[in-house]
Design a protein around this ligand. Structure first.
Ligand SMILES: [Ca+2]
Ligand SMILES: [Ca+2]
Ligand SMILES: [Ca+2]
Length: 226
């Protein structure tokens, strides 16, 4: 398991206020390789991913959350898994705020339950939930799994998710934090996050390598004419 975090210093230098723009963060799962299966005896793992974007304003108050899901797909040892069906999710990045992108990879043991969960996630795919329904407080230190489960709970589903994704099934979790002022100052529009998930289920070791992107798209706000 590997957790990737970027700790970014807030800076207001080099800031241009002449044109109003807003940034939208887009999370896209890119690559997934099954280096070593969790269930070597059966010679295939059944995989699903759940991912989320969570935004915070300049006061570090949660603003919104979106969810995405992928799977269930089976993988064999050494396979480069096709992630083209993993749909991107996007969320506005508040000015002087931040966005946390989180992703979990799960090896499914109860196929029907996982399928039901993914059907539910698909129904709220990329639908922004507001702070009223949001259970995450700014002061809590969260694991990527907690971000994902809190995001799904904010969308009205997934309260049982954390129970379902017991430790045996959770292959790994990763998250990355993007600070708006920092990204703006560096004129950085893209972060690629590599993650290696390794561990052990009973006597069976596993290893998965994956990458996901967070891209910032600029949306220009037209000045109001009077
Ligand atoms: Ca193995
Ligand atoms: Ca398993
Ligand atoms: Ca399985």
């Amino acid at each position: 398991m590997m957790r990737v975090c970027l700790f970014i210093v807030v800076s207001v230098l080099g800031f241009s206020c002449s044109r109003q723009t807003t940034l939208t963060a887009v999370l896209t799962p890119r690559t997934l390789k099954a280096v070593n299966l969790e269930e070597t005896v059966s010679r295939r793992d059944e995989l699903m991913m759940a991912y989320s974007l969570t935004s915070y304003d300049a006061q570090n108050k949660p603003v919104g959350v979106v969810n995405g899901g992928w799977g269930v797909e089976s993988a064999q040892k050494g396979q480069q898994v096709d992630l083209r069906a993993a749909q991107p999710i996007s969320l506005a990045l508040p000015k002087n705020g931040k966005i946390v992108a989180s992703l979990v990879l799960i090896e499914v043991d109860d196929y029907n339950q996982a399928k039901q969960m993914l059907d539910q996630i698909r129904q709220v795919h990329n639908v922004v939930s507001g702070p009223a329904a949001f259970l995450v407080t700014a002061t809590e230190i969260l694991t990527p799994l907690k971000y994902v489960t809190a995001g799904l709970a904010a969308s009205g589903i997934g309260l049982k998710l954390a129970d379902q994704f017991d430790d045996d099934d959770l292959l790994g979790q990763s998250s990355v934090e993007l600070n708006e002022a920092e990204m703006r100052q560096k004129k950085q529009r893209f972060v690629r996050v590599p993650a290696v998930f390794t561990g052990q289920n009973l006597r069976d070791a596993f290893e998965y390598q994956l990458e996901y992107d967070v891209t910032l798209n600029v949306m220009k706000i037209q000045p109001t004419r009077q």
